[in-house]
Structure formats: C-alpha cells, structure tokens
Design a protein around this ligand. Structure first.
Ligand code: ZN
Length: 53
C-alpha cells in the first residue's frame, strides 16, 4: 500500500506512506520533510542522544 502524504516543504518532492511507514517526517507545524532532507538536516545538527535504544 502506497499513499501520497504530501510534498516535502524543502525540496517539494512527493512523500509517500508505505505500509504504515512514512518516507519522512511530519513536524508539529504539519510540515512534511522527506528522508533526504532529514539526512541533510542531521548532518548539520547531529543529535547523538537520538541514536540510542
Ligand atoms: Zn525533501
């Protein structure tokens, strides 16, 4: 199942939801950000505390 969620607010690429997995992230402001842009963001602002489980 593939559902179009919307468009990335940064690169305007289509962001889909695949079998319940969103190919990106939706912010509190309802902005959609694709994985590619999320990776770019992570490079600039690494958050080592988020890696742990
Ligand atoms: Zn993007």
């Amino acid at each position: 199942m593939k559902e179009l969620v919307g468009y990335c607010t940064k690169c305007e690429q289509e962001v889909f939801c695949l079998n319940g997995f969103l190919e990106g992230e939706v912010t509190n402001e309802k902005e959609i950000i694709c994985y590619k842009c999320l990776e770019e963001k992570d490079k600039k602002t690494p958050r080592p505390n988020d890696q742990g489980e």
